[in-house]
Design a binder for this molecule. Structure first.
Ligand code: ZN
Length: 97
């Protein structure tokens, strides 16, 4: 971990502790600015149960490309045969996995 990243981490922790210590001032400031009313409006108008359900389902269905590599058994992209171990070629059709 580089020194710059450590400094940034310590600085962000100090800011986080400062904000947590003065949470009521932050909340009052947000209420004075009008962010709380706007947030309440957005929550009641746009974040219905159906919208939250759809968002959660999309987050579950969207799987990153690295997730496939974590599984132990791979599939051949040509014949869909199971490829075992660290072999680079399919045993059924011979294509490169
Ligand atoms: Zn194959």
């Amino acid at each position: 971990m580089a020194l710059g990243i450590r400094k940034l981490l310590v600085l962000s922790l100090v800011v986080a502790v400062f904000l947590l210590a003065n949470i009521w001032l932050v909340v009052r400031w947000l209420d004075d600015v009008g962010a709380v009313g706007f947030d309440r409006h957005v929550r009641t108008e746009y974040l219905t149960g159906t919208a939250i359900t759809i968002l959660v389902a999309l987050l579950i269905l969207l799987v990153g490309p690295g997730a496939r590599r974590l599984s132990l058994s791979r599939r051949c992209p040509v014949c869909d045969h199971s490829v075992s171990g660290g072999s680079k070629y399919c045993g059924e059709c011979g294509s490169k996995v």
